[in-house]
Design a protein around this ligand. Structure first.
Ligand SMILES: [Zn+2]
Length: 384
C-alpha cells in the first residue's frame, strides 16, 4: 500500500537549504535549532555560554533547592526518571551519595529491553537506588508504536509519552513534588532556547518538543480507547498543581558532560558499555536500552538527514572530546547505517512486512534532503 509523501519542510518548519554548523556537525534541519550570522548553531553558542557560568553559584542554588525538599522523615524526597543509563544514573547516584537526598528512580520500560540495558537497569538499583518500573499494556503498546511509525515518522512516540508523563503520574501518586531530569536537551543539543536560563521545564514543553504536537489523545482517532491511553497520559493538571510538582534539570546546576557521566557510572552504578558500537554511530555507551532504538534514530536520518553519528559527534565536539574534522569523518563513516540487527524483531513487533516498512520510510523522505540516483537514495548535501 503506498503512503502519501509527508511535507517535512512544513511539518517541522525547516529551512529548505541545508547548512551545517561551522563549529560542530549538526545541520539546520534539526527542528527548532537556530544559526547565528557566523554560521554557528545555537547548541555551540550555548556551550560557549556554559563555560562561563559560575558553577559554584549554581551549586549553591542546588543546595537551597534540596534543603527545601529534603525529607525530614525517612521517605523519598525526589524522583529521578531513569532507565539505568549513564546520565540519569549519575544524577540519581550523586543526589543520594553526595547530596544526601533520598531519590526514587522511575523507569518507563523500553519497548523491548536489550540485555545490556536490563543489566544496567539492575546495576543502578543494586548500587543502592530504589526504583519503580512502569510497563504499559504490551498489546496496546505495539499498536501505538506501529501507528506512530506510520503517522508520526517515529516509532518511539509512545515510549516518549511514558517517559515524559509517568514521572508526573508517580509524583502525584506518591506525593513527591521534586523531579530531577538530567540535561535540558533543547538547550544542550540545539532547539528551543526559551528555558536556557531556567532550572525547570514547563508542563507544556513536552507536547511541543517531544510529542511533535501529537499528544496521546491523538491516538483516539485510530480507534484506540481512552482507557487504553490513560497510562500514557499526564495526570490531571489540578492534581499536579495540588502537589506542586516541579521538574528540574540537573544540567542547570552542574556542568553537563555525558562522557564524564559515563566514567562516573562505570565506577559507581555498575554501568557497562556495550561490547560493540551501536549501529549508525561509533559510540558504545549511549541509548543502549531498547532493541527498537535504532529505528528512532534511523527515522531522524530519513526525515532530517541527521543520523546518530551526527548527534553523537556534535556534542562530543562541543565537549572537546573530538575535533570537528574527526567528527566529519565519523559522520561520513557511520551516519545512516541501517539498524539491521533488530530489523526482524521490529517488523514482528509492529506486525509489518518489509515492503510496507520501506513504503513508510520513503513517505518520510523529503526531496530537499534526498535525491534518487538510479534505484538508490542519496543525500543532496553532504557535510564537509
Ligand atoms: Zn554547532
Amino acid at each position: 500500500m503506498p503512503y502519501q509523501k509527508k511535507n517535512i519542510l512544513k511539518l517541522y518548519n525547516l529551512p529548505k537549504k541545508v547548512k551545517f554548523c561551522k563549529s560542530c556537525t549538526i545541520s539546520n534541519q534539526r527542528p527548532r535549532i537556530t544559526f547565528d550570522k557566523n554560521g554557528i548553531c545555537s547548541a555551540c553558542n550555548f556551550n560557549l555560554y556554559k563555560k562561563k557560568i559560575d558553577w559554584k553559584k549554581r551549586e549553591e542554588e542546588l543546595l537551597k533547592l534540596l534543603d527545601k525538599f529534603r525529607s525530614k522523615t525517612s521517605g523519598f524526597d525526589c524522583l529521578v526518571p531513569s532507565s539505568g543509563g549513564k546520565d540519569s544514573g549519575y544524577v540519581a547516584h550523586i543526589l543520594k551519595y553526595k547530596y544526601e537526598m533520598n531519590p526514587l528512580t522511575i523507569t518507563w520500560a523500553p519497548n523491548i529491553w536489550t540485555d545490556i540495558g536490563f543489566k544496567n537497569y539492575n546495576g543502578l538499583v543494586d548500587s543502592g537506588i530504589s526504583n519503580i518500573l512502569g510497563k504499559p499494556n504490551g498489546e496496546i503498546n505495539k499498536i501505538l508504536t506501529k501507528l506512530s511509525f506510520i503517522h508520526v515518522g517515529d516509532p518511539f512516540q509512545p515510549f516518549v509519552y511514558g517517559q515524559a508523563n509517568f514521572p508526573l503520574m508517580m509524583s502525584v501518586q506518591y506525593n513527591i513534588p521534586l523531579i530531577f531530569y538530567g540535561e535540558n536537551g533543547e538547550v544542550e543539543y540545539g532547539g528551543d532556547l526559551k528555558n536556557a536560563h531556567k532550572p525547570t521545564k514547563g508542563l507544556n514543553d513536552d507536547k511541543k518538543h517531544y510529542f511533535s504536537n501529537h499528544p496521546p489523545k491523538h491516538c483516539e482517532k485510530y480507534q484506540i480507547k481512552k482507557k487504553d491511553l490513560d497510562f500514557y497520559n499526564a495526570p490531571n493538571i489540578k492534581k499536579i498543581n495540588k502537589i506542586g510538582s516541579e521538574m528540574h534539570f540537573f544540567s542547570y546546576y552542574h556542568y553537563w558532560d555525558p562522557q564524564e557521566n559515563f566514567y562516573y557510572c562505570t565506577k559507581n552504578t555498575n554501568f557497562l558499555p556495550n561490547l560493540e558500537r551501536s549501529e549508525g554511530t561509533y559510540s558504545k555507551y549511549a541509548s543502549l536500552d531498547d532493541q527498537l532504538d535504532g529505528f528512532h534514530y534511523y527515522l531522524m536520518y530519513i526525515k532530517f538527514g541527521i543520523g546518530r553519528a551526527t548527534s553523537d559527534s556534535a556534542h562530543e565536539i562541543r565537549d572537546e572530546k573530538i575535533s570537528r574534522e574527526e567528527g566529519v569523518s565519523l559522520v561520513k563513516k557511520y551516519d545512516g547505517e541501517f539498524p539491521k540487527k533488530y530489523f526482524k524483531v521490529f517488523l514482528k513487533y509492529i506486525d509489518m512486512n518489509e515492503n510496507e516498512f520501506w513504503n513508510i520510510i520513503n513517505s518520510w523522505r523529503s526531496d530537499h534532503i534526498w535525491k534518487k540516483e538510479k534505484k538508490n537514495y542519496k543525500l543532496r548535501t553532504i557535510i564537509s
